[in-house]
Design a binder for this molecule. Sequence first.
Ligand code: NAD
Ligand code: IPM
Ligand code: MN
Length: 368
Amino acid sequence: MSNPSILILAGDGIGPEVMDEVKKIITWYGDKRGLVFDVTEDLVGGAAYDAHGVPLTDETMARAQEVDAVMLGAVGGPKYDVLDFSVKPERGLLRLRKEMDLFANLRPAQCFDALADFSSLKKDLVAGLDIMIVRELTSGVYFGQPRGIFEENGERVGLNTQRYTESEIARVARSAFELAKRRDNRVTSVEKANVMESGILWREVVTAIRDAEYPEIELSHMYADNCAMQLVRRPKQFDVILTDNLFGDILSDCAAMLTGSLGMLPSASLGAPMANGRPKAMYEPVHGSAPDIAGQGKANPIACILSFAMALRYSFDQGDEATRLEKAVEKVLADGVRTADLMGPEGGTPVSTTEMGAKILAALDASL
Ligand code: NAD
Ligand code: IPM
Ligand code: MN
């Protein structure tokens, strides 16, 4: 049988910097655990635009459809702000999500003990935090038609459409309920049913699926604005948060800060099961290309490394190896190793991206 395949799309800004550390970890698994992956690399985002004039070529798209998992770094940057909307770096990422039909974006926010002091919230509010945001990723206002910028009554209008079908809501709701079954059996569904019809339908469909298929799950509903407030007021009240594409984007950045830094948050973007029973999948840190620190060796590679741990768990059936990698990260943080984004007001000497990667590799070695 051939080795499991990974397509690496490192992208722009700090994307290639953090992905370099993941590549070393992938090699480590081959050398030390006999988990050999068939790795190919390609361009996405601004890097693809520079080489080919598009943020994702058809060839790269086709390759992404074939592999067992895609690892994505980050896309975008100020250099590309001037580009036409249709070829902006972010369009490459959105095309991958849409054409691979990766409808369920899992964004876990866990606070490592060693970082509880560092969160912008008080320690007791975040210590032991473990929430899972399930963000719908292929529909909603990101993709709804009609959209565009056009002239009307002598002025320009910018238009986007929030649109959800019942089946789109149902499939992501099932993903959230399935996850909750393996956690604390609680789902908070988040929308704005008070002002949006799509929110009313969302609430109805989610409730119907729970009643018919998951009676054991405790389901509650919350408006998105209240959810943002509750996340910073008392984040540990949540187990699984199920929400749409745009609210999920915003709430997950908010949840990231609870864990100490946006540089800590991984994600898995999952689609329907393939012939081998595993979901089509892309793994990507929640953060972007961080132009303000790109090229300086300052980026925290942990979000990208933990995204690979999610790949081990969800695409390669290697839950124990995923836990090994997560424990290695935990150990390094407990030892006080910090990239610059994890420096508190008391200061200290931050390590570089590659030093953090090396420490995690050493902790992996020590785990054998
Ligand atoms: P960003 O996530 O790139 O950065 C926000 C802040 O967090 C910055 O101060 C940055 O330095 C910091 N940060 C982010 N990741 C970090 C890490 N790993 N280590 C240390 N610090 C980190 O968001 P932005 O500045 O709003 O966007 C920059 C570009 O990235 C834009 O073009 C945006 O569209 C794109 N973006 C891409 C993705 C993606 O590829 N998945 C996600 C978000 C934003
Ligand atoms: C994210 C990013 C993307 C999004 C952008 C870069 C398209 O912010 O993955 O959170 O808005 O989904
Ligand atoms: Mn985002």
